[in-house]
Ligand binder design. Structure first.
Ligand code: PGA
Ligand code: ZN
Length: 400
């Protein structure tokens, strides 16, 4: 496939914040796009983001000329050109958003040229050892707190982990939608609310009695609706968001790391269905992650801000015993190649991978294609409402 030109559109994400859509043209006049999402609870080691107007300048002046009339054959080749243009660890020169937008659009261009789906092209290049197509668990964020909601919850995300394998993806999504709607009615009844507020990832975002109350509610609802075989519970504490000057703001108190660990211990004891906690402590406190993982060897501590989709960091945290699960967000690292390398290394280390959206999302569903290519353990895609539904729809296109 030969590239003619690359341009960029400034578009808006689900919070109406400006982001970029890279547009790649091949020499036959076909056009392919890639849109970049944005996080709010971002890790400090995430790839640098260029302002969309600067991104437009960089694409026109630097990136497009580098691909002009260029024959490209693989994702790795494309991304190594992008990495060469940048030359910095954190993508400060051309920006992680520029690189990722172009990288995604190029995957689509390669897939079109080969008459394949994006996941097939990604698999052929990075996951050729995967022979079957296994649908991922859906991590669906039904109750929002932290930076994604204007309520009293420190914990950012209360998810159910829906098993899609038993009943198939369509049935599993239908059931999840029903579960989510009923949960909203339960919350309204429980707190006598005439209406219910929705957070950034489409989960319910009302005040609760304390940070454990949503877990208790989900656990009870799963049991009463007899969904124990299909659902477990996952949290994303996103603890950097409620950490300041050595203390965590939790249930109205400022507490230290040891006290927070004890609280998580009780959560695991009180909730049999609670399976995983993502970013339970501030993002540099790897020892605290490890101590929680060691205390609960049968549960999964997940790195997100801790690991920022960086292969070397994932490897270090996994080998240290700090995590047994990891979030993969392509825009944390900047290219499809590096995201896939991170997944591959995680799988080699026995770490569960969860390919994730951002709280500021767009209509671009590439994360689901990456998850399918890799046979990732899970996809984290919010509650089944509003713009979050587009990722559910992409699952349906691939798996049904
Ligand atoms: P973000 O949150 O997209 O706002 O960073 C998602 C997460 O922390 O997993
Ligand atoms: Zn997170």
């Amino acid at each position: 496939m030969k590239i003619q030109d690359i341009s960029v559109n400034i578009v808006f994400d689900s919070r109406a914040c400006a982001t970029i859509e890279a547009v790649v043209f091949d020499t036959e006049g076909n056009k392919f796009t890639g849109i970049v999402p944005a996080g709010k609870s971002t890790g400090v080691n995430e790839a640098h983001i260029l302002d969309p107007h600067d991104a437009r300048r960089v694409i026109t002046e630097t990136v497009s000329p580098a691909f002009n009339d260029k024959e490209v054959r693989s994702i790795a080749e494309i991304d190594s050109i992008l990495l060469g243009l940048d030359g910095t660890g954190r993508k400060e020169q051309i920006g992680g958003n520029v690189m990722l937008g172009v990288s995604i659009a190029m995957v689509r261009a390669l897939a079109f040229a080969q008459k394949k789906e994006p996941w097939e092209v990604i698999r052929a290049e990075f996951f050729s050892n995967e022979t079957e197509l296994r649908s991922p668990y859906i991590f669906s964020n039904l109750i929002n707190g932290g930076a994604h909601a204007a309520n009293n919850l420190s914990i950012q995300e209360y998810m159910v982990i829906a098993d899609t394998k038993e009943e198939g993806v369509l049935r599993s999504i239908e059931r999840l939608i029903a579960f989510y709607k009923e949960l909203g009615e339960d919350i309204k009844r429980m707190y006598s609310l005439p209406r219910i507020t929705i957070g950034d990832e489409s989960g319910y975002a009302v005040d609760f009695d304390d940070n454990f109350a949503p877990i208790a509610l989900l656990e009870k609802k799963i049991v009463t609706s007899e969904m124990q075989r299909a659902y477990r519970i996952a949290l994303d504490a996103a603890a950097s968001g409620f950490y300041k000057d050595g203390a965590y703001s939790f249930d109205g108190n400022m507490i230290d790391e040891g006290a927070l660990k004890k609280i998580y211990d009780t959560y695991f004891d009180r909730s049999e269905l609670l399976y995983s906690i993502e970013d339970p402590f501030e993002e540099t406190k790897e020892d605290a992650f490890r101590s929680l993982q060691v205390s609960h060897a049968d549960r999964v501590i997940v790195g997100d801000d801790l690991t920022t989709t960086n292969t070397a960091t994932i490897e270090r945290s996994a080998k240290n015993g700090a995590i047994t699960g990891v979030i993969i967000k392509p825009n944390q690292i900047g290219t499809v190649t590096e995201s896939c390398e991170a997944i591959r290394r995680a799988h080699e280390l026995g770490v569960r991978t969860i390919v994730s959206h951002r709280s500021g999302e767009t209509e671009d569903p590439i994360l689901v294609q990456i998850a399918a290519a890799a046979n990732a353990y899970g996809v984290k895609i919010g509650a089944p409402l509003r713009e979050r539904v587009f990722k559910f729809n992409e699952l349906l296109r691939i798996y049904s």
